[in-house]
Ligand binder design. Sequence first.
Ligand SMILES: Nc1ncnc2c1ncn2[C@@H]1O[C@H](COP(=O)(O)OP(=O)(O)O)[C@@H](O)[C@H]1O
Ligand SMILES: [Mg+2]
Length: 160
Amino acid sequence: MQKFEIVLERLNEDQVLSVARQLARCLRPGDILLLSGEIGAGKTTFTRGLVEGLGGDSGVVTSPTFTLLNVYNCRETVYHVDAYRLGSIEEAFYVIEGELELGEGIFVIEWGERIKELFDENLIVVELRHVDSTHRDVIVTANNVLGDRVRRCFEGAKEK
Ligand SMILES: Nc1ncnc2c1ncn2[C@@H]1O[C@H](COP(=O)(O)OP(=O)(O)O)[C@@H](O)[C@H]1O
Ligand SMILES: [Mg+2]
């Protein structure tokens, strides 16, 4: 079991969406993805790609800034959370744990780094960095068993 990290540089929007679709292929119920990056870095855009990759309608993906939590029906249910406005770790725990108990879906958490302490090490972290108006760097990391699984889903994709 090894830590996995892939750094993808200067991706345009289509490429970012395609990385998200690729990652979606290896996701399983109960997985938690933390999306980090400044406003406009592409966290919601990345979520669109994930939903598409999970066979859902990416058109229904909107920023959960005001709703705190959006739920999308895909092959696996996607819980799309915005941790930015969650007032406290306790509040975040309430929103997220409540849903985790209800259904075994995939959690995609924007500003997830803020509530990282809530989770154990079994996370996939996607960091989006603004390069210029149309390009982003994307860094995907995962630990332990997840690292192995995510590595397999990116294998071969890098050389293309
Ligand atoms: N390479 C790229 N990857 C992702 N988004 C991009 C890219 N280039 C331009 N954009 C644009 O940047 C914006 C990102 O917004 P959004 O996904 O809402 O970011 P966030 O959720 O991080 O605030 C969108 O308008 C998108 O069209
Ligand atoms: Mg957003």
